[in-house]
Design a protein around this ligand. Structure first.
Ligand SMILES: C[C@@]1(CC(=O)O)c2cc3[nH]c(cc4nc(cc5[nH]c(cc(n2)[C@H]1CCC(=O)O)[C@@](C)(CC(=O)O)[C@@H]5CCC(=O)O)C(CC(=O)O)=C4CCC(=O)O)c(CCC(=O)O)c3CC(=O)O
Ligand SMILES: NC(=O)C1=CN([C@@H]2O[C@H](COP(=O)(O)OP(=O)(O)OC[C@H]3O[C@@H](n4cnc5c(N)ncnc54)[C@H](O)[C@@H]3O)[C@@H](O)[C@H]2O)C=CC1
Length: 220
C-alpha cells in the first residue's frame, strides 16, 4: 500500500483544546506529550489507565467519563482517536473532518490527517522521526540512535542562536543589515567552540559590541 506523503509541522499547542477519545496506553502517551506542551487536554472515554487517573486527580486533564458521542469535538484544535474500537475511531475522524479539525487515528494512521512522530529534544532543539506510519517500532529505534549522537552541546548552541538572533531582530530593522549579521553569526562556528569547551555565553553588551563590528554600524 502506498503511504501518504506527510508534511511535518511544529505546532504551538499552548492553551489549545486537544481532545483525546480513548484512555488506554496509546491515549496516555499522547496525553503526556500534550500536557508538556501546555495544551488543555480533554479525554473522553468510559475507563482510563492508572496513569491517566492520576493526571485527572492532579487536574492536569479533563475527563469526560462516558463513551464518545457525535458533537464532542466542538471547539477542539486537535483531535486523537485512540480507542480500541475501529468504528469509534472512524466516527471521530469523520466528525473532525466535517469540522476541518486535524485528527490522528491511532489504529490506522493513514485514516487520519496527521500521525505522531518519535521525538527527541535537547532544550529547544527538536528532532522528529517518522517512517510515514510504515513501522512505529523502527521510527522509535532510529530516533534513539540519533539521540545518542546528539549531546548537550546542541542545547547550548540553540540557546545561543535564539539569544543572538532575537537580539539582532530587536535592534536591526534594515533587511540587508540583518541578513549580513545572520550570515556573520553562522560563520562564527559557535558549535565547534562549544565542543572544544571554549564557549562562554555572551552578555547583551558583548552581543551589541559584536554587532557593531560585524555589521560595521552605529547602534545605540
Ligand atoms: C501511524 C501511527 C499513528 C499515531 O499514533 O500517530 C502509529 C500507529 C501504530 N502504532 C502501532 C504499534 C506501536 N506503536 C508504538 C509506539 C509509537 N508509535 C508512534 C507513532 C505512530 N504509531 C504513528 C506513526 C509513526 C511514524 O512513523 O511517524 C510513536 C512514534 C509516537 C507516539 O505514539 O507518541 C510511538 C513511539 C514513541 C517513542 O518512544 O518514541 C509501539 C511501541 C510501544 O508501544 O512501546 C507499538 C507496538 C510495537 C509495534 O507494533 O511496532 C500500531 C499497531 C497496533 C496494533 O497492533 O493494532 C499502529 C497502527 C498501524 O500500524 O498503523
Ligand atoms: N498509535 C500507536 O502508537 C498504537 C496504536 N495502537 C492501536 O490503538 C488502539 C488503542 O490502543 P491502547 O491504548 O493500547 O488500547 P486499550 O485497549 O488499552 O484502550 C482502549 C481505550 O478506548 C476506550 N474506549 C472504548 N470504546 C470507547 C468509546 N466508545 N468511546 C470512548 N472511548 C472508548 C476504552 O475505555 C479504553 O480506555 C489499539 O486498538 C491499536 O489499534 C496500538 C499500539 C500503539
Amino acid at each position: 500500500m502506498k503511504l501518504p506523503y506527510y508534511v511535518p509541522v511544529m505546532l504551538n499547542l499552548n492553551g489549545r483544546r486537544c481532545v483525546i477519545v480513548g484512555g488506554g496506553a496509546v491515549a496516555e502517551r499522547k496525553a503526556v506529550s500534550l500536557i508538556e506542551a501546555g495544551a488543555e487536554v480533554v479525554m473522553i472515554c468510559p475507563a482510563v489507565t492508572t496513569g491517566l487517573q492520576r493526571l485527572h486527580a492532579e487536574k492536569r486533564i479533563v475527563w469526560e467519563r462516558r463513551p464518545y458521542e457525535n458533537g464532542d469535538l466542538r471547539g477542539a484544535f486537535l483531535v486523537y482517536a485512540a480507542t480500541d474500537r475501529p468504528e469509534v475511531n472512524d466516527a471521530v475522524i469523520k466528525e473532525a473532518a466535517d469540522h476541518g479539525i486535524p485528527a490522528n487515528h491511532a489504529g490506522e494512521g493513514s485514516r487520519g490527517s496527521f500521525i505522531t512522530p518519535s521525538v527527541m529534544r535537547r532544550g529547544s532543539l527538536i528532532v522528529a522521526v517518522s517512517a510515514s506510519g510504515a513501522g512505529p517500532g523502527a521510527t522509535r529505534e532510529l530516533c534513539r540512535e540519533i539521540e545518542e549522537s546528539f549531546g548537550d552541546d546542541y542545547e547550548t548552541y540553540i540557546d545561543f542562536l535564539s539569544f543572538a538572533r532575537s537580539g539582532i531582530k530587536a535592534r536591526v530593522q534594515d533587511k540587508q543589515l540583518r541578513a549580513r549579521l545572520f550570515r556573520a553569526l553562522s560563520e562564527l562556528d559557535i558549535l565547534a567552540s562549544i565542543r572544544e569547551g571554549r564557549f562562554r555565553p555572551w552578555s547583551e553588551d558583548e552581543l551589541i559590541a559584536w554587532m557593531k563590528t560585524a555589521g560595521g554600524m552605529n547602534l545605540e
